[in-house]
Design a protein around this ligand. Structure first.
Ligand code: 6R9
Length: 652
């Protein structure tokens, strides 16, 4: 094996362990035996999980894998997703149970019980039918975090229309490309939503987008902010059409492989990929994982996932998983610092949230704001904390556990992707002794591994590429309209294996540590070094809240490590200047070894992130290599790159 093929270095040492609290371990939904049970007969295991759902027609075969990588799960089975998420709970006498506590950013709120949700979804289904939407049609949804968003998704699922939710805040161009790729017939939007204390317009963006979308017949508009909007002949107000519909609608069963939704991922290059998820397998795995990973007790828990529904995390763990399980959830419309930086913690206190799921980026932002903010609120209701979206730095994990979870709550670091549809690798809160920074173990029923560049399993202690070795129920079925790209993108790097694009390592116990996208791996003097490990080393310095690391071309070493850091709130002492930067460089050298010492560190006020909170290292690489900055359309906040460039007129 040549040096450049060497698998990722395995530098980070972390010895802290957090066993589950005894009480949680005793009463946990899923116990250690589940791993063996699933390993003994994986398909029988998933068939048992599918029984959490109500099927109108039983399946004949659990998995048809006769034409890999095109999977069919629960072949011949029929069910209705909306019936499973809503009606069956009402029929079981739980109509008065709260499905969603919705909290608007300006302070307004709405409670939707399962019976309310049933009425709303039925009316919306009837309205879509009146607009000519039929089973198999596509509907684009471009809404803020308001109740009409899950209602629209469920209405589509109910009538068998395939939804494509596009993040509110994506540009008109991005929306147009996605509408055209899916050939959506209707787009559901609103006048706007509230973000950062003010209304932000959506309808005007849709108006611009639909100028070039021949398939769109109607724009269905929810009134949220009350701001003026331009009216066009194809517009229909939600209030006019939905409100006058009947509250009755009979859900037809759909085939287990009926397309439930398309969700676009941008990837690093090329046109966005429309990831296709279908009905029975998807709902089975999101329901099971939500039950297992969060230890959901639907009668007593209050669950909150702070993600945007426009991200797969919101699809699977705000809408489909929790509702299939009959959970009570919180949905919050706005940003965490409006009107003050304690808004999330105040919301947890208000609704007595027990299970909380967020992203490392949010945790690091809260670290930056300072420990005293969450300390003002009563967070004692919490019992399990989750993380998703990026590797969680050990320091962020420990901060989360300590300052939000009072050192009691397990932290579950959940690895998965838009493509996997559901959580794949995660601790089980009642079973696993958590290690800060590790996603730990593939869940029961999931067969994942770390392999070298020849596709061979690496021994414990080794690093390489994360792959999934056996099909799983919530797996993507294809890229919408492009089977060839599906095969090429995910199934051709290693024969017969799904390659996720992430690097990972197995520690001495065989537990999994995610090391970020392999595209981000740096090659320094012949060593592959992961950005994640250097970032985690920086974040372990008491004065650093956030760090992003990139490899910049270097004439001597191949690539030089360039780091961008945000200092921690109230850290005290010098957080700028040569002295501080030297301290950080030495800290990395001490933690990981001299090879990982950054060539350059820059203190910045913000980092460029996507709407789902992932650091866009590509843009930082542009800064580090003194290039003009590339495409910024998927940034959550487009002004961030200006802030960074201003701070660093020249990043030599
Ligand atoms: C759910 C979601 C997928 C990519 C994935 C990986 C990164 C997600 C992670 C994680 C380390 C975790 N990722 N969870 N990396 N630890 N717990 O994020 O989907 O937006 O498609 O992103 O996110 O790199 O490949 P998606």
């Amino acid at each position: 094996m040549s040096q450049s093929q060497e698998t990722l270095s395995n530098l980070l040492q972390e010895t802290r362990r957090f066993p589950p609290p005894a009480e949680l371990a005793e009463s946990a939904n899923v116990q250690a035996g589940a791993y063996d049970e699933a390993a003994a007969d994986r398909l029988a295991f998933w068939a048992r999980q599918a029984e959490r759902l109500t099927w109108s027609k039983p399946w004949a075969e659990v998995l048809d894998w006769s034409n890999p990588p095109f999977a069919k799960w629960f072949v011949g089975g029929e069910l209705n997703v909306a019936y499973n998420c809503v009606d069956r709970h009402v029929e079981a006498g739980k109509g008065a149970k709260v499905a969603f506590h919705w909290e608007g950013e300006p302070g307004d709120s709405r409670t939707l019980t399962y019976a309310d949700l049933q009425r709303e979804v039925n009316k919306a289904s009837n309205a879509l039918l009146e607009l000519g939407v039929r089973k198999g049609d596509r509907v684009a949804i471009y809404l803020p975090m308001i109740p009409e968003l899950p209602i629209s998704m469920l209405a589509c699922a109910r009538i068998g229309a395939t939804h494509s939710v596009v993040f509110g805040g994506f540009s008109a161009d991005a929306l147009r490309t996605r509408i055209n790729d899916a050939e959506a017939k209707v787009v559901v939007t609103s006048d706007g939503g509230f973000r950062r204390g003010k209304p932000s317009a959506l309808k005007s963006i849709v108006d611009e987008a639909v100028e070039g979308t021949p398939s769109i017949e109607h724009v269905l508009v929810v009134r949220r902010t009350g701001e003026e909007v331009a009216e066009n002949s194809r517009d229909v107000w939600w209030n006019d059409i939905v409100e006058r519909q009947s509250e009755e609608h009979t859900a037809e069963p759909h085939d287990a492989e009926h397309p439930l939704y398309i969700l676009y991922t941008s990837g690093t290059t090329g046109k966005p990929k429309g990831i296709l998820h279908t009905t029975g397998g998807y709902l089975t795995q999101v329901a099971y994982t939500h039950h297992a990973v969060f230890d959901l007790k639907p009668e007593t828990d209050v669950y909150w996932c702070s993600a945007d529904i426009g991200w797969v995390t919101g699809h699977s763990y705000i809408v489909y998983g929790p509702l299939a399980n009959g959970a009570t959830s919180v949905i919050y419309e706005g940003t965490p610092d409006t009107p003050h930086k304690g808004r999330w913690w105040e919301t947890i206190q208000k609704y007595k949230v027990t299970l909380f799921y967020t992203a490392p980026t949010a945790i690091r932002t809260c670290m930056k704001w300072g420990d005293e903010i969450p300390a003002e609120f009563d967070l004692s209701s919490l019992r399990v904390l989750g993380s998703v979206g990026e590797p969680i730095n050990p320091e962020a994990y420990v901060w989360y556990r300590e300052h939000i979870g009072a050192n009691r709550t397990p932290v579950v670091d959940t690895w998965w992707q838009t493509e996997t549809g559901a959580i794949m690798i995660s601790p089980l809160p009642g079973v696993t002794s958590g290690k800060p920074g590790a996603a730990m173990t593939p869940l029961p029923g999931v067969v994942a591994d770390v392999v070298d560049d020849q596709g061979r399993s690496v021994p414990n202690g080794g690093g390489g590429f994360l792959v999934v070795k056996e099909p799983w129920p919530a797996m993507l079925r294809t890229i919408w309209g492009d089977d060839e790209r599906f095969v090429k993108t995910y199934w051709s790097r290693f024969e017969g294996l799904y390659f996720a694009g992430d690097g990972a390592k197995k520690d001495e116990d065989g537990d999994f540590w995610l090391l970020g996208r392999v595209d981000d791996v740096m090659l320094v003097s012949g060593h592959n070094i992961s950005t994640t490990e250097v970032e985690s080393a920086l974040v372990s310095h008491p004065k650093v809240a956030e760090a992003a690391v990139v490899g910049a071309t270097d004439p001597v070493t191949g690539q030089g490590i360039v780091a961008f850091v945000i200092p921690r709130g109230g850290a005290g002492g010098e957080v700028e200047g040569e002295e501080f930067l030297k301290e950080l460089r030495d800290h990395v050298a001490k933690t990981l070894g001299p090879i990982a010492k950054p060539r350059q560190i820059m203190v910045v006020p913000e980092l460029p992130k996507t709407r789902s909170g992932k650091i866009m290292r590509r843009l930082l690489r542009d800064v580090a290599e003194n290039r003009s900055i590339g495409d910024v359309t998927t940034l959550a906040d487009s002004t961030v790159m200006d802030l960074i460039s201003e701070k660093l007129p020249s990043a030599k």
